[in-house]
Design a protein around this ligand. Sequence first.
Ligand code: ADP
Ligand code: MG
Length: 571
Amino acid sequence: NKEHLYKELNNIDGRGYKAYRQIQNNYYDFGKFIIGIPYVQGDPYASPSSVIIKTKGKIKDFPEWLFENEIRLQAVEDYLTRVITNNIKKYARGNRGSGKSGRINIVHTGQEVIKRTSVEFSRDYIEARLTVGLPAKGRRVLGHQAQDLFFKEIPKIAENSLFLANINQQALENHVRVVEDQHVLRELLSSQGLLAFIADGSILPRRSGVDDRPLSSNKVVPFQSPAEYELSFKLPHKGEIKGMGIKEGITLIVGGGYHGKSTLLNAIERGVYNHIPGDGREYVVTRHSAFKIRAEDGRRVERVDISPFINNLPQGETTKDFSTDNASGSTSQAANIIEALELGAGVLLIDEDTCATNFMIRDARMQKLVADKNEPITPFIDKVKPLYNEHNVSTILVVGGAGDYFDVADRVIMMNKYRPIAVTEEVKDIASKLPTKRESKLNTSFGQICQRIPEPASINPRKKGRIKVKTHGMDTIQFGRENIDLSYLEQLVNQEQSKTIADILTYAITNDIIDGQRTIREILDRIYEHLQQKGLKIISPFNSPAGAYVLPRPYEVGGALNRLRSLKIKD
Ligand code: ADP
Ligand code: MG
């Protein structure tokens, strides 16, 4: 029980840091809850120790409806993580001593509600997973400071976070309702032939490029659907909701510069995740399989069939089996699309701002000057329809400059002073009065999508024989000897997701899921089966479950694998 811990911390006071090992793997009874220490850090500067707080006995105080499905449990877990974050701010004194001494943390939460491992909520128990910097002065144990942590601060956090009596129940239940409604709404999209839905009244703009909270100023224009595209849904909690639906097929978002086009597309990109109440995008939902595409020059490409877009390279290199260490804007964008399709993406989201122009369009004059046989690129405009017709993959495309796209659009939304207007009819009219005179290749077929099998030996998380997998910020994974650059996977939302991707890839290789037989798609299916059956925490290379995992989508995991520079694909 807890007296042992108290004594132990007394005994080791002033000793070398390794003395903390005495309390590793011990669980102490604090009456209403348990504090456990599954892992003790090696020194005060290393990654902090893991500490769990866990309730005792069945959970009886929380309302029964919260336990009834997976999404509710997930929403409660998310809410409790945020409660703990606040209570850490309130009750933890923070840094004292060397290195990370005295710091208590739980995984960082942003605007999204995603499956995490920071809190486990079930009928049997609630467990929260914290990290704690066990205090030291230099490398000497500060036992009395550690007593303060374990007997004052952490118990306060536990008492105020794990028991309903001390939690704002109304806010909790509202959180769960809002999350479940979004989940249900997203599930309804396909049956209505929709790709995305943006509710009236949504606040789309963000405070800044580095602050994802809603822009708050009296100049913000709440979203209002044009009558032509307005739909309504009935949600289990909120009831009726109205907004703009975006249908399958090809949708253009047009409008003058600075009128809100990219902001709308960004909200759609993030609509694959659920958002917290008050985010402004709570009822902006997008099909889970929607994937942002952009140019990414400099990236490596390994044996991708980019021939739907690129052929007849000047030196006669094949594009059915294309590799490069340094892709151009257009070849990188082609590879990004083909890889997304290979992974099963069902919707492509594209913003002209971040595209290679020559990949998107070739106008009549350029067609005249440069004969077809000297131009390797079949621009996206000629493939966007075949892609939909043959592979059932839709596109939502922001264009400010390339009116040639009017010919291939099924629907057009114009953003005007942050207000969407339905302009499909007008666009068709203009297209017939002002023909582009470009020779379109509308009868070309898209072609098959490759399914590649990776060579397991080329995916090596080890450096000098030991697994070495880390993240540096959100954008870089260090994977063995290689760095993986994730900065152009724009639907990643936080560093923990990147870390989770790194450990998922390690799990897949060390558990022979990547076995030299499975295609990348099959590998991802298998990985997600495992995560579904055994829980996200199984990917932890330690025996104790790490609390900082945040579930990524398979598209981002595949995206990371495709960006691993050592990746080799089998014949
Ligand atoms: P575009 O892509 O059309 O050039 P952006 O989407 O980048 O325009 O938006 C331009 C600016 O307007 C951004 O700073 C954005 O935050 C702001 N903005 C976007 N939508 C709104 C809105 N509904 N209300 C107020 N400001 C907005
Ligand atoms: Mg823009």
